[in-house]
Ligand binder design. Structure first.
Ligand code: NAP
Length: 279
């Protein structure tokens, strides 16, 4: 290691990665807080991942965000994996420690909770069952967080039923699997309803599941944030439910990494949202 001062570097690794909004977000926070540092997107192939994780710390990188397809593979390459990342089976935030060890965490679940707390302050996750549409990586983070928040039951429906069944074996009997074709009916009495599928995202098929049983008391969130106002959220709003878009989750999941790498806890507020939306 050199003796002189180094500017902390961080970035997001994935493939593809050009679509990521994270560089705009971290770039905005660096400017806003007047901090030295840089954050860049890096398209890294699976075959080069291990070498990249060895080399980047030597170049001055203090950590990384991780996106598809590396979220699972980085767990095997990290020296320290938080309990929540191990439970979820994926990491989205790496810290390159000064002792040379790689620390892997998953902040998607805490980002999801912080978004709902901020935008639906009356939300009471323990007051009733939660319904989760989808059973991919994001669903695992959301389910772990909902269980931690005291949700009494997690109803899961997924196109590929076996993936939902796997969540029950990993997260326990609180997870109750429902048929995808009848997903609308599992929403009755739910305090929380979340779309964790990619349906409704720009370029993906539309979200067409009728939200038949949805109660006006439910807090409903979509993890999809392109577009911001999805058909899923519009359907929920028509039923009188409180809706929260997915952009806040993206912003909140990024905050812990920024703080560890650059030394200031960033604020997630309207100015931050606008900086990312306008990018
Ligand atoms: P993933 O692991 O690939 O899972 C995708 C999910 O979508 C699976 O449940 C999949 O069902 C379902 N799906 C895909 N196409 C479908 C179709 N045509 N009909 C029915 N179901 C379909 O992806 P992920 O990492 O969990 O991400 C899911 C979404 O969340 C993405 O849109 C991602 O951008 C978003 N996300 C947002 C944030 C945020 O901060 N707001 C964070 C993480 C993820 P099968 O199992 O049947 O394939």
């Amino acid at each position: 290691m050199t003796e002189h001062e180094r500017i902390p570097l961080a970035g997001v690794i994935g493939s593809p990665v050009a679509h990521s909004r994270s560089p705009f977000l971290h770039g905005y926070w660096l400017r806003r807080y007047g901090l030295k540092g840089a954050y860049i997107p890096m398209d890294i192939a699976q075959a080069d991942l291990a070498e990249a994780l060895q080399t980047l710390p030597k170049l001055g990188f203090v950590g990384l965000n991780v996106t598809i397809p590396h979220k699972e593979s980085v767990l095997k390459l990290a020296d320290i994996v938080t309990d929540r990342a191990a439970l979820i089976g994926a990491a989205n935030t790496l810290i390159f420690r000064q002792d040379g060890k790689i620390h892997a965490d998953n902040t998607d679940g805490s980002g999801f909770i912080a978004n709902l707390r901020q935008n639906a302050p009356m939300w009471a996750p323990a007051a009733g069952p939660a319904a989760v549409l989808g059973a991919g990586g994001a669903a695992r983070a959301v389910i772990a967080a909902l269980i931690e928040m005291g949700a009494p039951e997690i109803r899961v429906a997924n196109r590929t039923r076996a993936r939902a069944e796997a969540l029950r074996s990993d997260f326990g009997a609180k997870v109750v699997v429902h048929e995808w074709v009848q997903a609308g009916q599992m929403l009755e009495d739910c305090a929380t309803v979340v779309n964790t599928t990619s349906l409704g995202m720009t370029g993906k098929p539309a979200f067409k599941v009728p939200l038949t049983g949805l109660s006006a008391k439910a807090v409903v969130s979509d993890l999809v944030y392109t577009p911001l106002h999805t058909d899923f959220l519009e359907q929920a709003a028509r039923a009188g439910a409180t809706t929260v878009d997915g952009l806040g989750m993206l912003l909140h999941q990024a905050a812990p990494g920024f703080e560890r790498w650059f030394g200031a806890r960033p604020e997630v507020d309207e100015a931050t949202r606008q900086a990312v939306l306008g990018a």
